[in-house]
Design a protein around this ligand. Structure first.
Ligand code: ZN
Length: 680
């Protein structure tokens, strides 16, 4: 299960040395930004418009992005910082330390577009030869094990995970996969827009196969067969909403039972090729998928499987290391058509992202040294502690929860670990070989290095100090199996976090995220895990029923929102909406308590005309100032557990009486709900 975070899991479009000189330079945005406000708007009618009304004018969507918001701005700023680090690291110098050599040479190889273009398909040829050499479906286990190692997504995924039932241990996991469209429903939804996307996808696969040298007719026939195969995989896959329930994706099974479920695939040979530690049981996340996979393998011609594998190989290899025509074709479908983005990002931005993905703790180490002072970590920890204290008081004040469940909720709260800034110990990359001039090989070796690191954990105790995200990441997470919140150094910067700004602004901005992540431990998904990260029910039945009733209020509220003709999925977004609502309440409580402790008058107007309480709410809403391309907004609304930004602001504030008091809103006005929801 993926961790819950504050940001949509974007399908980002992932170009030349020196080109960045003409590119826009991103600067940090202040936490309370009066310039983006539309003060002519009535805060009680549409607070998002009031706090963010001028955002679009001042921060138009760049041509290489599907959106613009404060996350995007900070991410672009961070990329500039990382580019400077990498440009310096790329200078060949025998005095470079091992970390610097690896990040520098990886970056230089990725940036060398002309070398990549000159090599053409040669680096990929051994992979294409492997597919061509398949003489029967019984040879799939070796090929798919190789794909699992080098991170090519075909048919299913394999790796390790923290055991849901015993969070101290790591188990092997096999999970559904292998489809090229964003989600199961993309293969089945009816309507003009969805039929158009499927047509475009078939054209995309056709184009990729033609670039590989297939005739027009052959490529078109292969692409149709590929869609049929992927549709069969999608049909037996679990949808995104059902995946939110951990019970739906946890099925411990013996190797023997999995073999009986999928007799058409020799699992022993698959494991032997992977070469990880031996094990007897694994989590077969979605048994129905694997049951269906058996039939799909049996009933699909080898020639169709080969075309499918070629298409998956090309689509899941990073475009930066492929010849330009392939890279452009991938961009055209996945970014231009699916998210409406007109232009590819500059190559340096994509190469920075690629180093961050391949060598997260080598680049992260250099980033933290340059960008993240110890004082920021201390201040962020103080904010988190304030918000955890607020949660403790909040639990105590709930009128719907029994003392017994309250006690357990508090136990869980006090066991949350706070990961702030960067890991205590940096990962060792000495066994990963990065070769200057071998962009494709670097990507493949880094993927294999990471897969083997993951596989080596099977059957071992969990390392609770491990970080799952890189230090420069502009996002935050809660991980239910670890019961920890993660605030990388990358997000602890303006506009979200600014030690130079007053408390009102910091509690409204980053404080909201901190409350949001803590609340994830108590949302529809997180509440099913105990304080140690075990999937174990700690609720009395009566309290669990009350929780579900309270949550239904949020399901109903958000289901009424829509973007274009697409309604939000109130169930899919329930966890994030619960975290947004709970997060704001906790941040507000912490802010008021801190102000009382420091003798700050939260009702008096500051020189800028706002009371600290008003500044807090404006800061909160500005977390979500954004502009999205319509294609991207639709993509998010149909696949992502986060609600689109404007609802993340207004959808929460209508439930908060302290907000209406601060802005003098009255019953009957749109920003005051007649049936306010409150879970936490
Ligand atoms: Zn979240």
């Amino acid at each position: 299960m993926r961790s819950s975070c504050v940001l949509p899991l974007l399908v980002l479009a992932a170009c030349a040395v020196g080109a960045y000189a003409q590119a826009p330079v991103y600067t940090l945005i202040p936490g309370f930004d009066k310039k983006v406000m539309d003060t002519a708007a009535d805060p009680c009618v549409d607070f998002y418009q009031y706090a963010c009304g001028n955002w679009s004018k001042l921060h138009p969507i760049p041509s290489d992005s599907p959106y613009s918001d404060e996350f995007y701005n900070l991410d672009q700023y961070n990329r500039q910082v990382l580019r400077d680090i990498l440009t310096a690291a790329a200078k060949e110098d025998s005095a470079r330390d091992a970390y610097t050599q690896k990040i520098g040479d990886y970056y230089a190889s990725c940036m060398d577009e002309s070398a990549i273009q000159t090599k053409g398909l040669a680096p990929l040829q051994p992979e294409l030869d492997r597919i061509a050499a398949l003489r029967g479906k019984d040879q799939l286990p070796e090929l798919l094990a190789h794909y699992a190692l080098i991170n090519i997504d075909a048919f299913f995924g394999f790796g390790s995970q923290q055991d849901f039932q015993d969070a101290t241990q790591t188990v092997a996991i096999s999970a559904q996969g292998g489809i090229g469209l964003p989600e199961k429903d993309y293969y089945f939804r009816t309507g003009e827009k969805d039929e158009e996307i499927r047509k475009q996808y078939v054209q995309h696969v056709t184009n990729m196969l033609k670039l590989l040298g297939e005739s027009d007719a052959q490529a078109a026939a292969d692409a149709q067969a590929d869609l049929k195969l992927e549709t069969a995989l999608a049909k037996v896959s679990l949808d995104v909403t059902s995946q939110r329930d951990p019970h739906n994706i946890y099925h411990r099974m013996s190797r023997k039972d999995l073999q009986a479920l999928v007799p058409a695939f020799n699992w022993d040979r698959f494991y032997a090729t992977l070469g990880g530690p031996s094990f007897n049981e694994l989590n077969v996340a979605e048994p129905d998928f694997f049951k269906g996979l058996n039939e799909i393998i049996q009933q699909t011609d080898l020639s169709v499987i080969k075309a499918y594998l070629r298409s998956r190989l090309l689509d899941t290899t990073p475009g930066t290391v492929l010849p330009k025509a392939f890279d452009e074709e991938k961009f055209d479908f996945y970014a231009r058509k699916l998210s409406g983005t007109p232009e590819q990002q500059a190559r340096w931005k994509r190469c920075v992202g690629s180093v961050d993905g391949a060598l997260p703790e080598a680049l992260g180490k250099a980033y933290v040294e340059k960008q993240f002072p110890a004082s920021s970590k201390e201040r962020a920890l103080q904010l988190i502690h304030d918000i955890e204290s607020a949660m403790d008081r909040d639990i105590g004040s709930l009128d719907w929860m029994s003392p017994e469940t309250k006690e357990r909720a508090r136990q869980k709260l006090h066991l949350i670990a706070n990961k702030v800034g960067y890991p205590d110990k940096w990962r060792d990359y000495s066994k990963l070989n990065i070769v200057r001039g071998d962009a494709f090989g670097n990507v493949t070796r880094a993927a294999e290095f990471e897969s083997r690191r993951q596989l080596a954990k099977i059957g071992k105790p969990v390392d609770r100090s491990e970080w799952i995200t890189s230090a420069p990441t502009v996002n935050a997470f809660y991980n239910p199996s670890m019961n920890d919140i993660n605030f990388p150094a990358g997000v602890l910067q303006p506009a979200f976090f600014d030690p130079a700004q007053p408390d009102a602004v910091n509690y409204g901005h980053i404080g909201l995220f901190m409350g949001h992540e803590i609340t994830h431990g108590f949302d529809d998904q997180g509440r099913q895990f105990d304080g140690y990260g075990n999937l174990k029910d700690w609720w009395t039945e009566a309290d669990a029923n009350k929780f579900i009733q309270k949550s239904q209020c949020l399901v109903d509220e958000y289901s009424k929102f829509s973007v274009g003709d697409t309604h939000l999925n109130g169930k899919l977004t329930l966890g994030e909406n619960t975290a947004d609502n709970g997060g704001l309440r906790l941040a507000y409580m912490a802010f008021i308590a801190r102000a009382a402790q420091e003798g700050t008058d939260v009702h008096g107007r500051n020189a800028d005309g706002y009371t600290p309480i008003q500044a807090f709410f404006v800061g909160f809403a500005q977390d979500w100032c954004a502009q999205w391309r319509p294609e991207m907004e639709r993509l998010i609304a149909t696949t992502d557990p986060h609600s689109p930004d404007r609802f993340r602001a207004n959808g929460v504030l209508v439930n908060v009486p302290e907000f209406s008091t601060a802005f003098g809103c009255k019953t009957g006005q749109p920003m005051m709900s007649a049936s306010a929801c409150r879970v936490w």
